[in-house]
Design a protein around this ligand. Sequence first.
Ligand SMILES: [Zn+2]
Length: 122
Amino acid sequence: MTSRTPDQIRDAAITHFVKRAVPKFNKGQEEHGGSCDQRANFEELENEIIDLWFYMQSLKHKLKLPPKGMNCCHCKTELIWGGEYDYDESALGDRPMGQTTLSCPKCTATFDVCLPLEDDRT
Ligand SMILES: [Zn+2]
């Protein structure tokens, strides 16, 4: 994984947020109807916090799992988990994809594993 400057980290995060937030907001407005300003209340906010809590717990669980049985195809050393990213669009098709990056601590090879995501993310 290449290192990024603080400006690159900020810009990538903001670009990704806008790309995801605008369609999600518009979809939510269509699904729930009316204005978010009229619908916002503490009960809705608590529901969102509860969803966030369960997503975070599931992600923590996933991050604790070592990539058992995944060894470098060049030198057979056990690979190190480097990160996991979700993409709405994929170079392999128009399905949402999850990508896991693994690296070899011995020969520095890197591996990207792509898997179609269930389309239940909101
Ligand atoms: Zn290796």
